[in-house]
Each structure stands twice: as C-alpha cells, then as structure tokens.
Design a binder for this molecule. Structure first.
Ligand SMILES: Nc1ncnc2c1ncn2[C@@H]1O[C@H](COP(=O)(O)OP(=O)(O)OP(=O)(O)O)[C@@H](O)[C@H]1O
Length: 300
C-alpha cells in the first residue's frame, strides 16, 4: 500500500499569482481525482509533485521518501504524463519508447525490449509501433503518453488533464486503460472533466483558487446532497429571475431548452423536482460555496 502525503503546500509565482494556498491531501493506493476549473492550480500541484518545480513551503512525502529533500528518489518511482508533452518529429513509437526506457533506467536490453513491446500492446499501439508519434491522433498520443509513464514499473503515476480534446470513443479507451493500471499504486488524475472522476476515481478533491475546497469519496459526496438538488426546465427569459432569487448551481442547455439545477433543503419554487444528485452537482455546489454540512466528505 503506497501513501502520498501533501502538507501545507504553498506556491506564489513571480507575477504574484498564488497558485497553491496551503494544500494538504492524504492519498492512498488507487485512483485519486483532482478536479478543478481552469487556473485552479492543478498543473502547479502536479508539477510540484513530479519534482519539476519547488513549492515556497510545505512538505511532500511518498512511501517514506521526503520528496522535496530527495527528488531523485521519487523520480525512480514516478510516471508522469504532463498536460502537453513534446515528441521528436519522425521518431517511431517503438524507438521513442525504447529511448525513454533507457532514460528511466531500464538498461538491460532484453528486459527493455520486452517491457516496451508489452506496453505498446497494453496501450493498443503495437500495430502502429513503427509510425512516428508526431503523426498520431490526439487519442493515440495520450495512450503513448501512458505507455511512457508506465515505463520502469512506477509506484506513483501523475496524469495531468489527459482527456481534454479527446473524442468520446478515445476518452472511453483512455478510461479503460487507466482503470487497468494496478490498484496497488497511486494514480493521481488531474482534470476539469467531472465524468473522468465519476468514471474512474474512488477518492477525489476539488481545487479552486489554489485551495482544496472539498474532498471525499464521489459516492458519499453525491449521497449527502440527496434531497437537496432540484431541477426545472425554464424559458430562457425567466433565467435571470431564478438566478437572482434561488441558489442556482448550474444551467444546462438541452435541445434548446434550459434546465436549471438549484440547491435547497426544501422545494425552492413551484415546478422544481427533486432528483438524485450527480457528481457535477457536487462540483458546482462546492465551486459556488453552496455545500451543506458535510458528513462523508470534508469541506476545507
Ligand atoms: N509559470 C507561471 N508563472 C506565473 N503564473 C503561473 C505560472 N503557471 C501557472 N500560473 C498561474 O497560476 C494559476 C494556476 O495555474 P495552473 O496551470 O496550475 O492551473 P490549472 O488548474 O492547471 O489550470 P488549467 O486547467 O488552465 O491548466 C493560474 O492563474 C495561472 O495563470
């Protein structure tokens, strides 16, 4: 059982933006989802955990390693898929993965050949192994990104916004691939897509403005909003009134009509129906500071 402990991490960039504001999280083996809007600080946290940048203060420990003091020890156990990763033009998937395996310390040639072939199979890229990665589609590229992250048998995998820009089929493929990764390692998935966390993660946290604003199990967080989320289809012209008078957490356009989701302990207005909340309702109610007293999760 691996264990990642993040304590009071702070980071302010030179331009004065406070990207991480006392972030503390305890993350155990399995898939952990870090959800947050653009600019929340997710990549700053991922890069810090991947030892690519230093925080101003705070602690990180992984499986007994003091990560900020001994970044090289973490790097031996780390697989990282950054938000954008560059590839050399014209280098085939096979050659690039082999090269990356050497950099990762897989020096035995036979072992490396086997590992590279196995990862290309696992990511469904084996038949395309001689093609240049630079010619891959977005989905294939992300699968290649997972293959390189899995080199060297890492115990901590960090995946930053992996499904942004993928079509639904490739996103499902990518989800299947992530869900196959061992349960005995820590997989940290950063995303602004609520379905990614819903589909994959047993634990999650929401980051906004550099702060962790909610954490818990997705199922408990939705359950504790049961009976409090209401919806109604309304004409577009009536929307401003609802927004001014109710705790509206989201509006969705479906088939040209607007469905309003509101949070309230009782029916907020005539015509609103209660329904079992979705993770998106948890996310939006947290972002707008409308979460009620929490039992299964922690408001931070
Ligand atoms: N190198 C940097 N120098 C200055 N400001 C930065 C730097 N990197 C990020 N920021 C700022 O820090 C804040 C957090 O950015 P970060 O990229 O960590 O957020 P994010 O949640 O990953 O967002 P996104 O999904 O848009 O990448 C933003 O306001 C961003 O503009």
């Amino acid at each position: 059982m691996q264990h990642l402990e993040i304590t009071d991490l702070c980071k302010t960039y030179k331009n004065g933006v406070k990207a991480l504001d006392n972030v503390s999280l305890t993350i155990s083996s399995g898939m952990f989802g870090l959800l947050g809007p653009n600019g929340a600080g997710k990549s700053s946290l991922m890069r810090t955990l991947a030892t690519l940048q230093q925080p101003d203060s705070g602690q990180i420990s992984f499986d007994g390693i003091n990560v900020l003091q001994h970044p090289e020890q973490l790097r031996m156990q780390l697989g990282y898929l950054p938000q954008d990763f560059g590839v050399y033009p014209r280098v085939s998937a096979l050659d690039l993965l082999d090269h990356m395996a050497v950099l990762k310390g897989v020096l035995n040639k036979k072992q490396r050949k086997e590992q590279v072939a196995a990862l290309l199979q696992q990511t469904n890229l084996y038949t395309e192994r001689k093609r240049a990665v630079s010619s891959f589609s977005g989905g294939m590229r992300q699968r290649f990104g997972i293959a390189q992250a899995l080199l060297g048998d890492p115990k901590l995998i960090i995946v930053d916004e992996p499904t942004a820009g993928l079509d639904p089929l490739e996103r499902n493929r990518f989800h299947d691939l992530l869900s196959e990764i061992g349960e005995n390692i820590v997989v940290l998935l950063s995303t602004h897509i609520v379905e990614d966390v819903h589909d994959l993660c047993s634990e999650m946290a929401i980051l906004a403005g550099g702060k962790v604003i909610l954490k818990g199990k997705p199922a408990s967080l939705t359950q504790q909003l049961d009976g409090m989320i209401w919806k109604k289809i309304v004409p577009k012209s009536a929307l401003p009134v609802y927004q001014q008078t109710l705790d509206v957490i989201s509006t969705r356009l479906t088939g040209g009509q607007i469905t309003v989701h509101a949070i309230s302990p009782t029916q907020p207005a005539e015509g609103f129906e209660s329904f079992y909340p979705e993770l998106e309702d948890v996310y939006f109610s947290a972002l707008f500071g409308k979460q009620p007293e929490v039992k299964g999760g922690v408001i931070c």
